[in-house]
Write a protein that binds this ligand. Sequence first.
Ligand code: CP
Length: 307
Amino acid sequence: MSHLSTSHLLGIKYLTKADIDLILHTAKSFKEVINRPIKKVPSLRDITIANLFFENSTRTKLSFELAQKRLSADVVNFSASSSSVKKGETLVDTVNNILAMKVDMVVMRHSSPGASVFLSKRIKSKIINAGDGAHEHPTQALLDAFSILESLGSLKGKKITIVGDILHSRVALSNIFLLQKMGAEVKVCGPTTLIPRYINSLGVGVETDLRKALEWCEVANLLRIQLERQDIKFFPSLREYTMLYGLNLELLESLRNKIVIMHPGPINRGVEISSDVADHKQSIILEQVENGVAVRMAVMFLLAGRN
Ligand code: CP
């Protein structure tokens, strides 16, 4: 297959296995491009893309912008904190005004789950979801899958444990959808208060003992505690969370198996991951960030119909 089955990237749940294979295969070529002395290709030189960030971001925002520049697209950036949203403008009005300036593709991060699906039904441009509340973060799951492929050679049959605040994590949900579509096995680990009640309906295993969860897997994806999405206390203290669910060097080196360590960022050193584990040779955290540019290039290239 050489075309995506969808005209937007709203979530992993809307992609087929063939779509995911195509994106990951295309990203491989772009990874080669971004490691050349001249890191740029003219593929999207006639396309204008708007990056609409209604919520904070470091990695995703910079990664999309770099990916767009590497593809020679024209780029405009919008940040809600310095825009007329503060004066009461609606999401649809804001976006339609931006599209009136002849924008072809919109990359949007928003704190409301479903914001990009809502927009896709109301505007004509192509939409890429760069994270919508606690719902989905599809390009993060795609770059995570690309990074696992680089480390392990395949996804099928591989065992991945996602540790931490599963309840508030769009990264967890998108990873679960993607890894299962690609034939991997997923387990989640964390305090029961941070594991959603519907988790069993996703076909995912649950383990509350961190050592057991790590000794079961080949890859551990550690997530931060999303205090900004918590209006009640889900555990007694961060200190207790770290004692039970933080990965430190002593635990890592005492495991029976050698695991690959991932984290989508931003990391909270000393909470879910100790500094020496974050910087350990088994950690691929910065490879994930590098792969994010290649994967986002692939997504925009394919959505623009350039393959
Ligand atoms: N992984 C991720 O989405 O990071 P940012 O919030 O910095 O974009």
